[in-house]
Design a protein around this ligand. Structure first.
Ligand SMILES: *[C@@H]1O[C@H](CO)[C@@H](O)[C@H](O)[C@H]1NC(C)=O
Ligand SMILES: *[C@@H]1O[C@H](CO)[C@@H](O)[C@H](O)[C@H]1NC(C)=O
Length: 198
């Protein structure tokens, strides 16, 4: 009996390792799907959330992103805007057990895991915004193990900060509150509001 458990854990590890033990490939930048043949994303709502330290961004000023939820082994993290699969901005030095992944021609366009060690709340990602006026959000694929992963995990939207004003930070606030239900719809509404007000 005592031998059985470690053996099972080992087997699971080996399975995971046969997938992408050292991170997602550049080919996964756009659809953010692992290339494990025959393994589908979990259909259930992700037990993960992407938290950001601000509702607004300024070009060149770092934003920190954390993934809350159960510990995870695999990750692919990008910043995006509506209607595009381009990875935006640049990530800073990746936290332990993660590394850069080249996406959209940028060697620091995304971050992925570098091994199968467990990562968690103390794994903090730091991102440098581009000179953009678009609404930006973060998007991740998070894997607990090779066959158990969730796609399309999103943060609240960030708006370009306006000097001396809140801008539409409240918009990002609102989408944070409703995150998980209709984030895309909310993003679209925010985006339209931006167009009208901006
Ligand atoms: C940012 O973009 C705007 C408009 O695209 C441009 O006018 C401005 O010079 C840019 N700023 C920097 C620092 O590149
Ligand atoms: C976001 O909401 C929190 C509380 O819900 C509030 O304290 C904060 O001021 C809001 N931020 C903005 C920018 O509206």
């Amino acid at each position: 009996m005592e031998l059985l458990l470690p053996a099972c854990v080992m087997l699971q590890m080996l399975c995971f390792v046969s997938g992408y033990p050292s991170g997602a490939p550049t080919g996964a930048c756009e659809d953010m799907l692992p290339r494990h043949s025959g393994v589908l994303p979990q259909p259930s709502p992700a037990p993960y959330a992407l938290l950001v330290n601000s509702g607004t961004f300024q070009p060149g000023e770092a934003i920190t992103v954390t993934i809350t939820g159960p510990e995870y082994r695999g990750v692919l993290l990008e910043a995006r805007t509506l209607g595009s699969t381009n990875a935006l901005g640049s990530w800073r030095l990746p936290p332990p057990d993660t590394k850069f992944l080249q996406c959209t021609g940028n060697p620091q366009g995304a971050v992925t895991h570098s091994n199968t060690n467990l990562k968690g709340k103390t794994t903090v990602y730091s991102w440098i915004p581009p000179n953009s006026t678009s609404l930006i959000y973060f998007m991740a694929t998070v894997a607990q193990q090779r066959t158990v992963f969730w796609v399309n995990v999103r943060s609240a939207a960030l708006t370009r900060g306006k000097p001396g004003g809140l801008g539409l930070a409240t918009c990002a606030n609102a989408s944070a509150g409703i995150a998980g239900k209709k984030p895309l719809l909310l993003l679209v509404m925010c985006f339209l509001m931006l167009k009208v007000l901006g």
